[in-house]
Design a protein around this ligand. Structure first.
Ligand code: GNR
Ligand code: NI
Length: 171
């Protein structure tokens, strides 16, 4: 197991649109190890989700666990949202935009189809935080970040704040 480096805004690699995972590759030990490393990285951060894009792997999969006690690790490979309903506003954060939090409006309820870590298809109907997290991670796979929902002025303020944080961390 290993902790993976997480790309941070405004790294242009976070803008890459991820390509589908070849289902025949899911069983590969290297792919399974990458899933384990992503869970370890997410739990250590700590975070409730991690998209492959954030660890510079531009393929369509992510890991999520929104429980307090790490009891429900979920893997979504080639996820698709097949239904959405309602709206919710949630104060989001992102491991790729550390220390920044902002309200984002998303669908309250979604139905998502994906492959699990054995390559088997499943469908989930979820709402609340898990629905927020799935939509947030699927945005990463499109090269989209939650700060893209802010005004250009606020996004520029976020960029400057992160640059300043890094200057102080480096000194
Ligand atoms: O850990 C995370 N917390 C979080 C809180 C509110 C909305 C979305 C998230 S996802 C984030 C981890 C992350 O950056 N995933 O891409
Ligand atoms: Ni994120």
């Amino acid at each position: 197991m290993a902790l993976l480096p997480i790309l941070e805004f405004p790294d242009p690699r976070l803008r890459t649109k991820a390509v589908p995972v070849d289902p025949a590759r899911v069983a590969d030990p290297a792919f399974q190890r990458l899933l384990d490393d992503m869970f370890e990285t997410m739990y250590a951060a700590p975070g409730i989700g991690l998209a492959a894009s954030q660890v510079d792997v531009h393929q369509r999969f992510m890991v999520i666990d929104v429980t307090e006690d790490k009891s429900r690790p979920l893997v979504f490979i080639n996820p698709e949202i097949t239904a959405r309903a309602g709206e919710q506003v949630y104060q989001e954060g992102c491991l790729s935009v550390p220390g920044i939090f902002a309200d984002v409006t998303r669908a309250n309820e979604i139905t998502v189809r994906a492959l699990d870590r054995t390559g088997a298809p499943f469908e989930l109907h979820v709402d609340g935080l898990l629905a927020v997290c799935i939509q947030h991670e699927m945005d990463h796979l499109e090269g989209r970040l939650f700060v893209d929902y802010l005004s250009p002025l606020k996004r520029e303020m976020v960029r400057k704040k992160l640059a300043k944080q890094r200057r102080h961390a480096a000194a």
